[in-house]
Design a protein. Structure first.
Length: 324
């Protein structure tokens, strides 16, 4: 009897509480509605400009290089893209070549003798005839007129396959002083078209726009005898009938003489000496930019021979000295 009453009591209590909660009086004051918080408007942010690459700004140039045997000078490429990696430079005879670090862009400048009747069209055709020997499936566009280094020339686009990779580039030809000057540029990679249009063509134009031609080399005769001018026994013979103009003749010679890369000569007259043949010769101390130690050239003012530049030197024109 006692156990049965213990079980029913909790159920009766729970039912009573639930009924009481249903009759719980509602509050007299209703909860007022609050508006949603809206943050105040601030200044409108200006979006940052989108970066636009400028490949032309990546073209960097170095110091001018002179190619004496080719009769031209040019400003080489120092950098051509955002990597700023330097290009290699090699000068061999009349030719100068540059290659980028990835070996995907090649540039070559050359200035070769041409035939007496040759013109710029003949020069272009001669070079085009040689290229298929190295470039498979070679083709070129119709040549277009260009102007560079004060000359009128021709330029054509070239394409094919080199080293088993697609190749795309350009060839420009000029005809200075009876020579065929050529500039060849090419991209050689699976992405040749993209690389040439984005970078190679800009670098090609930069090279072409910084070429200049040296005075006619045929007018400057260079001695093959290594002792010519450097030995008192084999002096530069500028003699005349009037000894009073001897210094003027020597200095006219020296003002025309140039260093191996057409550097301007700086000279200083020394005291006359006797050579082994008991002849009086006039020494001049010679220097120019890049020369580590001064050189001495010897002159004979009593006899005359058609003057030449000593070995290792050049001249800007024919020496303005006539036979007396």
């Amino acid at each position: 009897m006692t156990a049965k009453s213990t079980v029913r009591f909790p159920l009766l209590l729970l039912t009573t509480l639930l009924l009481a909660s249903c009759n719980f009086p509602a509050p007299e004051l209703a909860r007022p509605e609050q508006p949603l918080y809206v943050p105040p408007l601030g200044p409108t942010a200006t979006p940052l400009p989108t970066f636009t690459p400028n490949p032309a700004a990546w073209i960097g140039l170095g110091a001018e290089q002179i190619v004496p045997s080719g009769g031209y000078a040019f400003v080489p490429l120092a950098a051509i893209d955002e990597s700023m990696m330097p290009l290699s430079l090699e000068i061999n005879g009349t030719q100068a070549t540059q290659v980028n670090a990835k070996e995907t862009l090649f540039f070559s400048l050359a200035n070769e003798p041409s035939g007496e009747s040759a013109d710029v069209s003949a020069c272009l055709q001669e070079i085009l005839n040689r290229l298929p020997a190295d470039i498979a499936n070679f083709s070129c566009s119709a040549p277009q007129p260009i102007s560079a280094a004060g000359l009128e020339g021709l330029q054509t686009d070239i394409s094919g396959s080199l080293f088993g990779e697609p190749m795309l580039g350009s060839l420009a030809v000029l005809h200075p002083d009876g020579r065929c000057f050529s500039l060849v540029g090419m991209a050689v990679t699976a992405e040749a078209s993209t690389l040439w249009q984005s970078t190679g063509k800009l670098a090609f134009d930069a090279l072409l726009n910084h070429v200049r031609f040296l005075p006619n080399l045929a007018a400057c005769q260079v001695a093959t005898d290594p002792t010519y001018g450097f030995s008192p026994e084999n002096p530069i013979r500028l003699g005349s009938l009037n000894l009073y103009d001897g210094i003027a003749r020597m200095e006219a010679y020296l003002n025309t003489l140039r260093g191996p890369n057409f550097e301007e000569i700086i000279y200083s007259r020394q005291n006359p000496i006797y050579n082994k043949a008991e002849q009086i010769v006039d020494p001049y101390e010679i220097t120019y930019a890049g020369l580590s130690e001064p050189l001495t050239l010897y002159f004979d003012l009593y006899t005359y021979e058609s003057p030449m530049a000593p070995a290792g030197f050049t001249c800007e024109a024919a020496f303005p000295l006539q036979q007396p």
